[in-house]
Design a protein around this ligand. Structure first.
Ligand SMILES: *Cc1c(COP(=O)(O)O)cnc(C)c1O
Length: 429
C-alpha cells in the first residue's frame, strides 16, 4: 500500500508505457493497480474499479479466479517452461487437443507464440511460404481492409491500416492491397474485385471477422465474411482470420467465425486464450496449409520460425483450464444475457443522448461513438476519466468509448457501467 502520487512518480521514472506519452503520464491520473478481486481492480490507495475493458480485452472470467490460480500453481509444481523447438510439453499437447475440436479450422495444427502480433506475423509468413513450398513464387502479396488492426510488429503493422500515431512507420510497412472496411457500403464488392483482379499474386487475405475492435468496434455482417471467403476460394487465395480480439466468447460464440459459417485456412488467437492470465497466442493452420510444410528432415519446406517462449507451459495449463471453465460455467449463456441487457440499456439511456453519434455492439464488445462539436475536445478521454472517477475503468479509442466487461460480468455491474457512462457523458455539458 502507499499513496498513488509516489507510485506514479516511481512509475514514470522507470517504466515506459506503450501507446502513452510519458511526458504527461502522471497528469492523466493513471490507476496504479496493486491487486484485484473478481472483476474489480484495486489501486494502491484501496480504491476499487470495475474492469470494464477487461484489461485491454484479455480478461474473460475475471481476476484471481480460484480455478485458474490453481491451474498455474499445479503447473508450477511440474515445470514452468520448456522449449517447443524440436521437443514437446504435456501441458501444450493437452491444450492443443482440447482446442482442436473447438476451433473453426479443418484438421487444425497449432503453432504457439506469446502475443497476438507475433501470431499474426506467423500467419503471414506461413501463407507466404505455403506458396513457395508448392513452387509458386509470385504469390507474394496480401489483401487487407480499411480500419484493420493486427498488432504492432512491422509485418502486422503492414497489414493493419495505420492510425493511432503509427503513420511514422509507413516507410517500413510493405505494400498491401486494401479494400474498404467490410462494413463500408462498397467494402465487399471492392474486396471481391481485388481478389478477381489480383488473385494470382495474392498469398492471402487477412480479416477480423464480425468486429474490427481497434477501429472502434466497426461491425460487418457474416455475409460479408462469406462473400470474401467464396471469392478467395475461387481464386485460390488463403484466408486468415484474426480473432485475437473476437475469440473466446467475446462476440457471443466461442469464435466469431462460427457465426459466419466459414472455415479459414489460418486462424489467429490471442488475448482471451489464457483468460487474461499469461501471454499466449497461437496460429492455427488447416490440413491443406500444414501438409505443404511436410518434407525431408532439415529441408527447405520446414517453417524456420519460432519464439523463445512459444508454448509456455504455465500459459498452456491456464489456457486449458480456462477453456474447460467456459464450458462448465456455461459462460456463453451469460454473455448472451448480459449482452442483451447492455444493448437494452444503451438503446434507452445512451443512444438518445445528443452527445452520442452511434452505439455499436456485438456480444460484449461495445463502442459508444461520441459526437463532439469540434476537434480537439478530447471527449473520449474526458468521459473515460469521468467513469474512472466513478469507479469504472474505461479506456477510449479516440472519441469512441469502449465497453468490454469480462464475460462473467453481472447484471448489477452492467448497470454500474451504464450509470457511470451516462453520468460522465452528462458532465460534458
Ligand atoms: C490486440 C490485437 C492484436 C495484437 O495482439 P497483441 O497481443 O497486442 O500483440 C492483433 N489483432 C487484433 C484483432 C487485436 O485486437
Amino acid at each position: 500500500m502507499g499513496d498513488a502520487a509516489s507510485w506514479i512518480e516511481r512509475d514514470a521514472a522507470a517504466v515506459w508505457h506503450g501507446f502513452t506519452q510519458m511526458s504527461c503520464y502522471g497528469d492523466n491520473r493513471p490507476v496504479i493497480v496493486e491487486r484485484a478481486e473478481g472483476r474489480e481492480l484495486i489501486d494502491v490507495d484501496g480504491n476499487r474499479y470495475l474492469d470494464a475493458i477487461s484489461s485491454l480485452w484479455v480478461t474473460t472470467l475475471g481476476h484471481r479466479v480460484p480455478e485458474l490460480d490453481q491451474a498455474v500453481r499445479d503447473q508450477l509444481d511440474r515445470v514452468a517452461h520448456s522449449t517447443l523447438l524440436g521437443n514437446g510439453n504435456t501441458a501444450v499437447i493437452e491444450l492443443a487437443e482440447a482446442l482442436a475440436p473447438r476451433v473453426p479450422v479443418d484438421d487444425p495444427r497449432f503453432l504457439f507464440a506469446s502475443d497476438g502480433a507475433a501470431a499474426v506475423e506467423q500467419a503471414l509468413k506461413i501463407a507466404f511460404q505455403y506458396w513457395t513450398n508448392r513452387g509458386v513464387t509470385d504469390r507474394t502479396r496480401y489483401l487487407a481492409f480499411g480500419g484493420a488492426y493486427h498488432g504492432d510488429t512491422i509485418g502486422s503493422l503492414a497489414v493493419g491500416d495505420g492510425g493511432f500515431g503509427t503513420d511514422v512507420f509507413d516507410p517500413l510497412r510493405f505494400p498491401v492491397l486494401r479494400a474498404p472496411s467490410l462494413g463500408d457500403p462498397d467494402g465487399v464488392d471492392t474486396a471481391v474485385a481485388l481478389l478477381r483482379e489480383h488473385g494470382p499474386q495474392l498469398a492471402a487475405v487477412v480479416l477480423e471477422p464480425l468486429v474490427q475492435g481497434a477501429a472502434g468496434m466497426a461491425l460487418h455482417d457474416p455475409a460479408a465474411v462469406r462473400a470474401v471467403a467464396e471469392a478467395a476460394a475461387a481464386h485460390d487465395v488463403l484466408v486468415i482470420h484474426d480473432e485475437v480480439a473476437t475469440g473466446f466468447g467475446r462476440t457471443g460464440t466461442l469464435f466469431a467465425t462460427e457465426q459466419c459459417g466459414t472455415r479459414p485456412d489460418l486462424l489467429v488467437l490471442g488475448k482471451g486464450i489464457t483468460g487474461g492470465y499469461l501471454p499466449m497466442s497461437v496460429t492455427v493452420a488447416n490440413r491443406r496449409v500444414w501438409e505443404a510444410f511436410l518434407g525431408p528432415d532439415l529441408s527447405e519446406r520446414t517453417f524456420y520460425h519460432g519464439h523463445s517462449y512459444s508454448g509456455n507451459a504455465l500459459a498452456a495449463a491456464v489456457a486449458l483450464r480456462h477453456l474447460q471453465l467456459v464450458d462448465e460455467w456455461d459462460v456463453l449463456a451469460d454473455v448472451g444475457a448480459r449482452a442483451a441487457q447492455l444493448a437494452d440499456a444503451l438503446a434507452t439511456r445512451v443512444a438518445p443522448l445528443p452527445q452520442v453519434r452511434e452505439v455499436r455492439q456485438q456480444g460484449l464488445m461495445v463502442g459508444v461513438e461520441l459526437d463532439p462539436p469540434a476537434d480537439g475536445l478530447r471527449w473520449g478521454r474526458r468521459v473515460s476519466a469521468g467513469c474512472v472517477d466513478r469507479g469504472v475503468l474505461i479506456r477510449p479509442l479516440g472519441d469512441v468509448v469502449v465497453l468490454m466487461p469480462p464475460l462473467t460480468t453481472t447484471a448489477e455491474e452492467i448497470d454500474r457501467i451504464v450509470d457511470a457512462l451516462v453520468a460522465s457523458i452528462g458532465d460534458l455539458t
